[in-house]
Design a protein around this ligand. Sequence first.
Ligand code: PRP
Length: 181
Amino acid sequence: MPTRPYVIDEMISAKSIAARIEDLAREIAGSFAETDKLVVVGLLRGSFVFIADLVRELDLPVEVDFLEASSYGDAMESSKEVRILKDLRGEIHGRDVLVVEDIVDTGFTLHHVINLLKSREPKRLRTIALLDKPVRREVDVKADWTGFEIPDEFVVGYGIDFAQRNRNLPFIGKVRFTEGD
Ligand code: PRP
């Protein structure tokens, strides 16, 4: 999709992300130390990079599953209507579950997914988001673990897209439009 010209300024380096994930994985492993197997649920598409790095740092028996939720499509504003495009493959009733989200913005996506998964009566349901933009929140929800709190910047990379581009950047960057500068 054509867009105004922009450049991407690095905001959080790949090295900082890796260091933060190591710490988070240690905390999570401590919190789920008694589990027989943790179901780690990645919210597609944005979390695919984060979940891949996170599970490799988690010193726990894990099962990986995915749920695809979408509220933005290619738009820049949330539609506030969260659609489940792909459901989990496995059952979570009575199981320990960790939901992995790339970013919590308005909060509609995480709120909707938590309610959906809670209705399936897991033993424990916890959430982690790499990024949190608390200033944008419209629904009262917060992940149990957060990688970085960020200001209201338009971010891309490390799984996060701008009109389905830039997900493959190894760092988190800020979009800066150059036209009209
Ligand atoms: C993005 C992002 C989060 C959600 C956060 O998903 O990956 O899941 O929006 O926004 P919210 O807190 O305002 O709901 P998107 O719908 O763009 O799908 P994607 O993950 O496939 O890019």
